[in-house]
Design a protein around this ligand. Structure first.
Ligand code: FA5
Length: 339
């Protein structure tokens, strides 16, 4: 075969292969083109190779060089088409745009912390009992944390070792500030601004230099409750706490009240819940002391009320059967993902 003819056969072979591979839309079309051009027995590349044997001896080097270039180019065109077709399989008309049988992408969706979940649920339960939510600052003055709550200056509850007093940079005079040790501060702040009747809860963090153990943590949450109206009695307090406990912990929960003492309530109780074969304290409560009512300008002869302060973590622990409060604050994702 004259060299010129051989070269033009190769040229049309290359352009035909590039076109066929470039326009193949799916694996079947690509396979047909592969057999036509690269088929091992009688593909057009194979045929051209046979043609090489018929070229005159002195033209062989030029013909062979061109043949190799075309072969490499045809193979490269095939590989590019193969990558394209397998990356985006062609859709047949009417076929869904995605393959619903492929495994999905797993998204890691965040969740509310169990204590936040508890807070939301407690608000919901107390909301049904007619209590609205009030808020107060975590950094408090001594008046709201102690004095207005009938805790005088010499009272041991005010000692530096029982509270987190704040050293404020540059501040050497004036009233000391502290991280609130109880949410009872919010009772005072609400009564200062509101005329009775009052029916609020307040949920938030409180801080005490308690050593951490299974049931204590230096930072924890309380739910404060306050109800002030005419003729409010201890019976109302007990039934609200009982209704709350059965709503949150289930109808079969046993709770009991023990006589206790708080400077801002009289009489005062501590409330325990049954947990397995023991009792666990979950809050303090009582009838608001007339001194406290008078301090915020309420007439104790006309109004009475009850208050309570419950440990949110303890309730959450009983509900989920958690043995150690510290688990709630270790931030182990494997633990937190269970809620
Ligand atoms: C009080 O803080 C009172 N302010 C409660 C109160 C409010 C009484 C209104 C009367 C009227 P007490 O210190 O007992 O009370 O704390 C209340 C609850 O907080 C406890 O029953 C317990 O459930 C929880 N608690 C107390 N200390 C810790 C702690 N270190 N870690 C976790 N929970 C705690």
């Amino acid at each position: 075969m004259p060299l010129q003819d051989f070269i033009s056969t190769l040229d049309s072979l290359q352009s035909g292969a590039t076109k066929a591979f470039g326009s193949a839309q799916d694996a079947d079309a690509l396979e047909a083109a592969r057999i036509e051009f690269l088929g091992a027995k009688s593909g057009r590349v194979k045929e051209a190779q046979k043609g090489l044997g018929t070229v005159a001896k002195e033209d062989k080097p030029a013909a062979g060089k061109r043949f190799n270039e075309v072969k490499v180019a045809v193979e490269a065109a095939f590989e590019a088409a193969q990558a394209r077709v397998s990356a985006s399989p062609a859709k047949k008309p009417g076929e869904p745009l995605f393959d619903p049988t492929l495994p999905g992408k797993k998204f890691r969706i965040g969740k509310l912390h169990p204590v936040s979940q508890t807070i939301e649920e407690l608000k919901e339960i107390m909301g049904r009992l007619g209590f609205t939510v009030a808020d107060g600052p975590e950094i408090e003055d001594e008046y709201h944390n102690f004095e207005a709550l009938n805790i005088p200056l010499e009272h041991p509850a005010r000692s530096a070792s029982d509270n987190f007093y704040l050293a404020v940079a540059g501040k050497t005079t004036g009233e000391p500030l502290l991280l609130r040790s109880q949410t009872s501060t919010v009772q005072i702040r609400v009564m200062e601004k509101t005329k009775p009747p009052v029916r609020i809860i307040s949920l938030g963090r409180v801080y005490r230099p308690d050593e951490a153990d299974m049931t204590h943590y230096p930072m924890f949450h309380q739910m404060e409750g306050l109800m002030i109206d005419r003729h409010v009695t201890m019976a109302h307090l007990k039934s609200v706490l009982r209704m709350f406990a059965t709503s949150y912990l289930g109808q079969d929960v046993h709770i009991r009240f023990r006589p206790s003492f708080f400077p801002f309530t009289e009489p005062s109780v501590e409330a325990d819940m049954r947990w397995g074969d023991r009792w666990m304290e979950f809050g303090g409560a009582g009838m608001v002391d007339p001194n406290v009512l008078a301090a915020v300008g309420y007439d104790p002869e006309e109004f009475s009320g009850f208050a309570f302060g419950l440990g949110v973590e303890r309730l959450c622990m009983r509900r989920h059967d958690l043995k150690d409060i510290r688990d709630l604050y270790t931030n182990d994702v494997r633990f937190l993902q269970q809620f």
